[in-house]
Design a protein around this ligand. Structure first.
Ligand SMILES: [Zn+2]
Length: 236
């Protein structure tokens, strides 16, 4: 971020499920946090269907996954996550999610949005539908909804908020990345944050090694030792 690297601000990370952030962008998040940025996570669902045990209740799974997500955020220096608690696998574009995200944008006033790439998701064709929907709605919320006062005016008049324009977005899990962030100094923190999702991890050593390999391969594509890849979109 050429114009703002010396001027710490706020990054808003909007993801569908607990562990999405750690899988795709926690290294970049840790770097921003270490540079003095404030980082705010918004989790649209609490991943309550993320279990292979048919006897567990959604409530039990959600509570566990929220605990894991809080710990993962703490490890990389992000704020306490915001949980919107929409239905896992059931997110719709509609009016509810855009309104909720406009509210968070106007409350936290980020310079940078980090979210799923909805247009060229990776992997192609078999991407989780929540990832596509959340990425699309997050971008819609950033532009034009949060910026323009006559969209979702209830978040202005009712809550004392004002419109806000986000400068740019970094889209993760993109099939067409064009922006690489060096995570050499934050890879260990990224892996530790991912491993905080213990319920989603069967073999921690193997997972850590696969994540290290993936960061190295992404780095090769971007000319860096270890990297995360994004599609960068200038919004303002
Ligand atoms: Zn996910």
């Amino acid at each position: 971020m050429a114009t703002s690297e010396n001027q710490p601000q706020t990054a808003l990370v909007i993801a569908a499920h607990p562990d999405d952030i750690e899988s795709w962008c926690a290294g970049a998040v840790a770097g921003l946090s270490r540079s003095g940025w404030r980082v705010v996570y918004v989790l649209c669902t609490s991943g309550e269907k993320g279990t292979s045990d048919p006897h567990e209740t959604p409530e039990t799974v959600a509570a566990r996954r929220e605990r894991e997500q809080r710990e993962a955020a703490r490890i990389v220096g992000a704020d306490e996550p915001i949980f919107l608690r929409l239905g896992d696998g059931e997110i719709e574009e509609g009016r509810e999610l855009p309104g909720l995200l406009v509210r968070e944008i106007r409350r936290h006033r980020p310079r940078l949005l980090i979210t799923h790439d909805p247009e060229h998701p990776w992997p192609p064709y078999t991407t989780h539908r929540d990832h596509r929907v959340v990425g699309r709605v997050a971008l819609d919320a950033a532009y034009p909804y949060a910026r323009d006062p006559l969209h979702f005016p209830e978040q202005i008049t009712g809550e004392g908020l004002s419109p806000h324009a986000i400068a740019e977005a970094w889209l993760f899990s993109s099939d067409t990345p064009d922006y690489y962030v060096d995570i050499s100094a934050t890879l260990d923190a990224k892996i530790a944050a991912r491993l905080a999702h213990a319920s989603q991890t069967s073999d921690p050593a193997a997972l850590a090694e696969s994540w290290r390999r993936r960061a190295r391969e992404t780095g090769q594509a971007g000319g860096l030792p270890y990297a995360e890849a994004f599609k960068r979109v200038v919004l303002g």
